[in-house]
Write a protein that binds this ligand. Structure first.
Ligand SMILES: C[S@@+](CC[C@H](N)C(=O)[O-])C[C@H]1O[C@@H](n2cnc3c(N)ncnc32)[C@H](O)[C@@H]1O
Length: 321
């Protein structure tokens, strides 16, 4: 594991990105900053919500088709998971790989949320004591970097990118990530889970749950800025605001200022007008066509895909030549 360097880099990046967002006429920050230890726990609660269909739908697709996916992944591989979170879904792949007697040579979960990743990895190791696990705290929106031992091993690399996290990238960023992934996984492939375009009401409900967990997750960004950057955001003066934006086929998540106000952060004062928002997340929804086009442009060959009966969510197999 590589926690120390990355924690310092992350704190610096959070500070500079927050300052830039607040100083901008159109305030926006990357959703990667949701995920401190608290944010990761809140995301796990989101996954359990009745309105949040993506997790249980992807889970069901993985559960049903894991043996076919394991065949695609094959033997003697290093399995690299991007945005691994609580390492739940990968258990379905690991079980299928073990059932076909091709356990991976190693498993490398990558996540930006270091403490949560360490704890999740401990739990996983207890359940799979023979599995070589190398946790890797890293920001996959930057240059994709792998642990040195993995680079040296030079085995066939297979990627796993579930949770529709690809949808958090704007189109240009998604292409940059996928292009890097295709190169890094050359000779192997990538299993990617994406949320599909659907009835806007279903989407709206998924990001506006009745218990207010998604709102707490969104507001945790401001709480994190108060904790880590000494900011003085009044959490009662901002509201969670999420809606489907059909032109870009994406959910937008914002924090809306409920009144005109000033906020202090790292020695500077920033102002919000009443109703002004800090744009905190986009979640792009894909069609099979748009996903395939992106994958081909990035250098992948499009393989088989699996979806649920209502075509809500898709797990796509991509070959990296
Ligand atoms: C939407 S959650 C998905 C979690 C899990 N893979 C799942 O499918 O339920 C996104 C995960 O990616 C991580 N993450 C978000 N942005 C990241 C980044 N730029 N680099 C590395 N990890 C990131 C978060 O910490 C979180 O665990």
């Amino acid at each position: 594991m590589n926690p120390t360097i990355d924690i310092e880099v992350q704190a610096h990046n959070f500070a500079t990105d927050m300052q830039a967002a607040l100083a901008s006429a159109s305030k926006q920050i990357s959703p990667k900053y949701f995920y401190d230890a608290k944010g990761s726990l809140l995301f796990d609660q989101i996954c359990e919500l009745p309105e949040y269909y993506p997790t249980r739908t992807e889970w069901a697709v993985l559960e049903q088709y894991a043996p076919q996916m394991a065949e695609c992944l094959g033997a003697d591989i290093d399995l690299i998971e991007f945005g691994a979170g609580s390492l739940r879904k990968v258990r379905l792949l690991l079980d299928a790989l073990m059932a076909q007697k091709t356990p991976p040579k190693s498993y490398v979960p990558i996540d930006i949320s270091g403490a949560h990743l360490a704890e999740s990895s401990l739990q996983l190791q207890k359940q799979y004591p023979a599995l070589g696990v190398t946790t890797w705290v890293s920001d996959y929106s930057q240059a994709l970097v792998l642990p040195p031992a993995l680079m040296q091993a030079n085995r066939r690399r297979m990627g796993f990118f579930p949770g529709s996290s690809l949808g958090n990238f704007a189109p240009g960023e998604a292409l940059a990530f996928m292009t890097q992934a295709a190169q890094m996984l050359g000779g192997g492939g990538l299993l990617v889970g994406v949320d599909l375009v659907k009835d806007p009401q279903v989407l709206h409900a998924a990001y506006n749950d009745q218990q207010g967990i998604t709102a707490a997750f969104n507001l945790n960004l401001l709480a994190r800025a108060n904790r880590e950057l000494g900011a003085d955001f009044d959490l009662n003066a901002f509201a969670h605001y999420a809606f489907y934006e059909p032109r870009h086929q994406r959910i937008e998540m914002h924090l809306q200022s409920l009144r005109a106000q000033h906020v202090r952060l790292l020695g500077q004062t920033y102002s919000f007008r009443e109703g002004e928002t800090l744009h905190t997340e986009n979640s792009y929804k894909y069609t099979l066509d748009s996903l395939h086009q992106l994958a081909k442009q990035a250098g992948f060959e499009v393989g088989i895909h699996w979806t649920d009966s209502q075509q809500q969510f898709c797990v796509q197999w991509l070959i990296a030549p």
